[in-house]
Design a protein. Sequence first.
Length: 421
Amino acid sequence: MPMRPLFKHTAQLLSANVIAQAVGLLVYPLLSRMYSPEDFGVLNLFLSIGALLVLLATAEYPYSIVLPREERQARGLVRVCILCLSAVVALVVISIPLARPIAALFKAEGLARCWWLMPLYVLAAASWNILNYWYIRQSAFTRVSGYQVSQSLVSSGAKLGFGYAGFLQGGLIWSAVLAPLVSLGISVAAGWKSHLRLCFRGESADVADVARQYRNFPLFNLPRSLVNTLSCYLPALALTPVFGSAHVGLWSMAVSLGFTPVSMVTRALNQSVYGFVAERIHQGQRLLPFFRKFTFRLLAVCVPGLLLLYFVLPDLTAWLLGEQWRVSGQYIRWMLPWVCLTILTGAAGCLNDVFSQQKWGLVFEVALCLARVGGLLMGIAAGDFTLCIAGYCIGSVVVILPQYIWYMWLVRRYDESLPRS
């Protein structure tokens, strides 16, 4: 299979991601002057809890939908995902009467007023995760990119609309729930006849059989993703009691500016590379030449761009958000090597699933979390917030670099197992 379709799909997804990020970037300076830090804090707490619940809602089974050779097995995996989603959403609905105790646990009264929206958010976000990988299996990348753009437009428009209407308390959370719900409805309506009807009306494999066959996803991928999510929120959880919310707010802004576009790029690369690699393995073709070329091309783009950003980040951040946010640009400087490696490993991360190495993926995630904890503790002991950030970023690099080397070892081992022509 030629590489041209891969780069076409990647370009298609990346173009949608660029549009989505551009919309968010244009409205963010307005939103930061419209909503209070407390509003953004409650939103981040809501989305943090929601992210964990979404992971539990599908047990990471959506990633397996791309892998089976037979369509009936893929349809069976979709049904497994729906069963898991139904169970978790039901539990979240049951928790609605406990909204105040849950909010008191986090000392955030605003969370109690919006907790009843959590089942809707989990339902919409987890449902899209399922459809996303079904679309990837069908090479329906237009549907994936369409969802990304529509979600960004709806989210940004709703946030601005609620802000101008004066609905500030809860407006951000309402927007975060409405965006995936509306975009999911649009995607289902547009793709039902062409891609989704086959998924739900065709014969499927036994649900219990495919759930057992792909049990590595909930056994190893799910704990790995949970550890990864916890690891991402470590600075806010550990540093707020020590240094206060102002320092952590600057760090949170740095993460948003530094990793929101990166996550979109890595998601696009992962989705397109995932299907490409799975198809080459089905055809018994080698992978190492592709990954070598892919790595060199990616580095040729990333390294010069990140070097340029290093010199302009503080001024760029101050210009975009205001002088008080200049420190966030300095924090992003520490993140640049970590950003570069994240792009590489994000593209190759599908190899854990393709080669059924979820156990080792979990090992790397635990090591990453421990390295980050060590970096934070070093800064806390010294009483230096910047040292905490430096330790957190360096700890990330120390683990992610060996992880990428390990990915390339997996590819080499696979190629060596193929019969020589």
